[in-house]
Design a protein around this ligand. Structure first.
Ligand code: AHM
Ligand code: MG
Length: 340
């Protein structure tokens, strides 16, 4: 028999990847792996509904507003419930928090309390659902700090650098699961014919520089002068530095950050005179994406501080976000500090 050449296209399923990751930690209890498996199950259940959305009249809004004042779409509710229900009984978690709920979500007391905390934005970019534009789910995992019993607000309000894992699901032209447990950022694409996530983007590294900027420029009249100067600079002509930059803005954070991870550049959601802390939520959006982007070699700041160092003070706290290539985030910081 002749030996087969090593194939570049090894079939690595998400399941196997999680298990192999766990083997690198001999003291692992298996709970993190179990939690990630549950997220991947939730991902498939949400994706099934997302792909049916245009067909079965699941679209439209309910009468409720979420805690941030946005109208809740039905798919948001489905994604929110699905994340909770696939996770509540597993014994992996002691508490959860979702962008759609005002308070922390306890694990029912007839289920075992686990050692992890799960925080999620069930359907980010949901304003785009009706237009069939990419949306996603963002998640973040911490180890509990309380000793035992039901999880508390203190378990949830931890700074981002304490995350043990984070990731997102991307519901686009294909469905992706991108995650990091501290050892590289890896992307998997769902093969719907077999229902498996297959490794498609191993060890994603964000370019150190890029020439794409992503921001809702419609708000520019309300920005601080330093922010206006920064974006003007990116649009000036100067070939050596790659300027003018190209503008890409989907309006789904998870999709805009996914593109930024792959192509480089910067995504910004700055504060402005009306909303000094911008729009995005530290716990549900900024922290998990900052964890992923940093592990891919990039950076994330609020313009002044590293996102992952911010000590959260409330569950739905908003914080400005500058995230992407290391050099781009540094440059934005220089403009905001007035040193350029
Ligand atoms: P949400 O859909 O969870 O409420 O998230 C907020 C969304 C982000 O996905 C996106 O980047 C941002 O809001 C777009 O805001 P704007 O319309 O102000 O540009
Ligand atoms: Mg969101």
């Amino acid at each position: 028999m002749t030996a087969q050449p090593a194939s570049a296209n090894k079939f690595m399923t998400l399941e196997r990847h999680i298990v192999e990751g766990e083997r690198m930690h001999p003291n692992a209890t298996g709970h993190l792996s179990s939690l990630l498996h549950s997220v991947s199950l939730a991902a498939k259940l949400i994706w099934r509904e997302v792909t049916k959305a245009g067909l079965v009249n699941i679209l439209g809004t309910t009468d409720r507003m979420n805690i941030s004042g946005d109208v809740v779409k039905k798919l948001d509710e489905f994604a929110d419930r699905t994340m909770y229900k696939t996770m509540d009984h597993s014994g992996d978690l002691c508490v959860m928090a979702s962008e759609e709920n005002e308070d922390i979500l306890q694990i029912p007391d007839d289920y075992p309390q686990g050692k992890y905390v799960l925080i999620y934005d069930p359907l980010d970019g949901s304003g785009n659902i009706d237009a069939n534009i990419t949306i996603g789910t963002i998640f973040s995992v911490y180890a509990r700090v309380s000793k035992s019993g039901m999880g508390t607000l203190e378990d949830v309000l931890q700074p981002g650098f304490k995350q043990v894992a984070a990731g997102y699901l991307l519901f686009g032209s294909s469905m992706m699961f991108v995650y990091c447990t501290g050892e590289g950022v890896h992307g998997f694409t769902l093969d719907p014919s077999v229902g498996e996530f297959l490794l498609s983007h191993e060890n994603i590294r964000i370019p150190a520089r890029g020439t794409i900027y992503s921001v809702n420029e419609g708000n520019s009249g309300r920005w601080e002068a330093s922010m206006q100067r920064y974006i003007r600079y990116l649009k000036e002509e100067e070939k050596e530095s790659g300027r003018p930059y190209s503008l890409r803005y989907i309006g789904s954070l998870v999709a805009d950050v996914h593109r930024t991870l792959l192509y480089g550049g910067i995504y910004c959601y700055p504060g402005d005179v009306r909303n000094p802390n911008g729009k995005l939520r530290l716990m549900y959006e900024n922290n998990p994406l900052a964890f992923l982007v940093e592990h891919a070699g990039g950076a994330a700041s609020d313009g002044r501080r590293r996102i992952l160092d911010i000590k959260p003070t409330s569950l739905h706290q908003r914080v400005p976000l500058f995230i992407g290539s290391r050099e781009e985030v540094r440059l934005a910081g220089e403009f905001l500090a007035g040193t350029r």
